[in-house]
Structure formats: C-alpha cells, structure tokens
Design a protein around this ligand. Structure first.
Ligand code: NAP
Length: 302
C-alpha cells in the first residue's frame, strides 16, 4: 500500500512527487510513456523562474532526477482506471493494480487531431504534431503549420529558421497566441499567413504532397504544395479513463479548482488536465505542490 500514487510524470506529477517525498510519504509515479510530458518537446523555456534558457528535455530530466533522488518510485505503465474503496484506492494499470491512500491525477493532455481523411495514415510521412521533433526533416522544404495558439506560433517561428517557406494557416484572422510571437513571425519573409482558413484535404502519393485549404468566408479552395504539415490545434485532456469516477466538464477537464480537490475525497487533479485559466509550466508545477500538500494531509489522516 503506497501513501500516494501519482498518475503522470510531467511537470505537475514530478513536482507532486517531490513535495510528497519531502513530507515522508511513500510515492509511486505511474507513467504511460516517458517522463517529462509535453514540455520535453519545447526547445527553449524562457518563462520559468531561475533559468533564462533551458530546454524542455533538460528541465524534465532535472526534475525527474530530483524526484528519484528523494525516493519516489517510478513504474512505466499506463493507468486505465481508479477504484475508490473509501480510505483505500486502487489504481489499475494495463498490467497491475496498485493500492494507495490518495491519488493525484496529473495526466496532462494529448494532441488534438484535425480529423480529416488520411491524417493518421500520413503521420511520419508529412504529418507531424511536433515541430521541434520533426522540423529538421524539412530543411529547405515547404511546410505548413495549422493553428493560432502559442504552440502554432512558436512552431512556425522555429520552422522559419529551417524551411524554405512556412504557411501559417489559422481559422480566424486574429491569433489566440502572444502578440510578441506574431510580430516576430511578421518580420520573417518566408512566413506566409493564411487567415480564415481550414485544411480540408490532404493530398499524398507515398508522402504528403499538398494540402487543400478552404476559405471559411468565401468557400473558395486553394491547393498549397507542401512537404510537411505541422498540426498545432490544441490539446485534449487525458481524463477519459477516470470519467466514471471523477467529474469532468463538457470539454473533458477535471472539475477541480486551485486547491486541486476533485469530487472524490483523496483524489486530486494537478496540471493541464484540470479546469484552469493559465496552462503553463509554472502553473503545472504549482498544481503539483498544491495537490501533494492535500494528498499528504489525506494520507496522514487515513
Ligand atoms: P490553444 O491555445 O488551445 O490553441 C489552439 C489553436 O488551434 C487555436 O488558435 C484554435 O483556433 C485552433 N484550433 C482548434 N481546433 C481547431 C481545428 N479543428 N481546426 C483548426 N484550428 C483549430 O492550444 P496551444 O497553442 O497548443 O496552447 C495550449 C496552451 O499552452 C495555451 O495556454 C498556450 O498559451 C500554452 N503554451 C504556452 C507556451 C509558452 O508560454 N511559451 C507555448 C506553447 C503553448 P481558435 O483560436 O479559433 O479557437
């Protein structure tokens, strides 16, 4: 029986592990993939206090090592459910069941898909959800980025240094992401803005060759030749496996406030998978601290 099981080894889960271990609780962190969460795809973090520049991978590795050194146990299995037996909970993974007093769900989110034909088939053959992972394959080639948030803007800026041309396709004429990045993109001669438009078709032979883009206002379509399409249209919280037990909002986020407390006593939510206004590295880490503090109190009392 662990005191606390943490589901997810992103910044929220890892920070929770550090806090819970410092409170002398036994801690198991379950992770489906590798530690770090989505931050490992960020080439340069500039907005986390202390380090003016640090790569997402280096950041995640340091926090992972810090949690390990404090005695947190890590098992790389996907959690597929939680059973609530009152004071004791069971976290069910694809391989095992782990008993504990308190659970912190820090599962983050996954890439939203465009949902158009051939999208899945062309992943790795022209379609990518990670510019920093795959951008180097498109040196001096033509690429498009779809989306209007900070991820799309930063991806476009990153790709502008590598690719011959970057088309930035957004479904509105105003960006959701930061003006600073929009202004930086406007300085780049190889970045072409395609407003009020969505990608409606993917044309491919063995690999992606071009995309059809439809203007939402006029209904007109144009075909843009590209070697790569980087999809950055937001993320979907990974809470489906816990939906029977935990209350979610209509978008699938866990209904937990700044105290990270869910509808089930002893189960907490931390990071991007809960309802919140600011989804940043620093707020994910803050959630980890808050959720762990609550979980420690619960585990001590049961
Ligand atoms: P996001 O802010 O939710 O933006 C998603 C974008 O995709 C929006 O512009 C949205 O359009 C568009 N979109 C959604 N569904 C679409 C569809 N089916 N077809 C076409 N376009 C679609 O997501 P994000 O950019 O991944 O950012 C997530 C969070 O992380 C944000 O809070 C962001 O600020 C943060 N972030 C921060 C940094 C940083 O601080 N350096 C870097 C990256 C991300 P609409 O605008 O019309 O809704």
């Amino acid at each position: 029986m662990y005191d606390i099981v943490i589901i997810g080894a992103g910044p929220a889960g890892l920070t929770a592990a550090i806090y819970a271990r410092r409170a002398s609780k036994s801690v198991l962190v379950l992770e489906a993939m590798s530690y770090g969460g989505q931050i490992i795809n960020t080439p340069d973090i500039e907005n986390y206090p202390v380090a003016a520049h640090i790569s997402g991978y280096e950041f995640a590795t340091k926090v992972y090592e810090q949690a390990q050194a404090l005695g947190a146990e890590f098992i790389f299995e996907k959690a597929v459910g939680i059973k609530d037996n009152g004071a004791a909970k069971e976290v069910v993974t694809t391989d095992n069941t782990y008993e504990c007093k308190a659970v912190i769900i820090a599962t983050g989110s996954e890439n939203r898909k465009l949902g158009i034909e051939n999208e899945e088939k062309l992943v790795g053959r022209g379609i990518s959800y990670c510019a920093t992972c795959d951008g180097a394959f498109y040196r001096n080639k033509k690429v498009a980025v779809v989306g209007g948030g900070n991820t799309a803007l930063e991806d476009a800026l990153y790709l502008a240094d590598l690719a011959e041309t970057v088309y930035l396709i957004h479904r509105r004429d105003a960006f959701r992401g930061d003006d600073t990045t929009v202004n930086a993109l406007k300085q780049r001669e190889n970045v072409k803005f395609v407003y009020n438009s969505t990608v409606t078709k993917l044309n491919a032979e063995k690999r992606l060759t071009s995309i059809e883009v439809t203007d939402k206002n006029t209904g007109e379509t144009q075909t843009i030749e590209v070697n790569g399409l980087f999809v950055a249209v937001g993320r979907i919280p990974e809470n489906q496996n816990f939906a029977q037990l935990i209350s979610l909002d209509e978008a699938g986020y866990i209904k937990a406030g700044e105290d990270c407390i869910t509808n089930v006593p002893g189960i907490y939510a931390a990071g991007d998978n809960r309802v919140k206004n600011v989804r940043q590295l620093v707020t994910a880490a803050a959630d980890g601290a808050v959720a762990a503090t609550e979980a420690v109190k619960f585990a001590s009392a049961h």
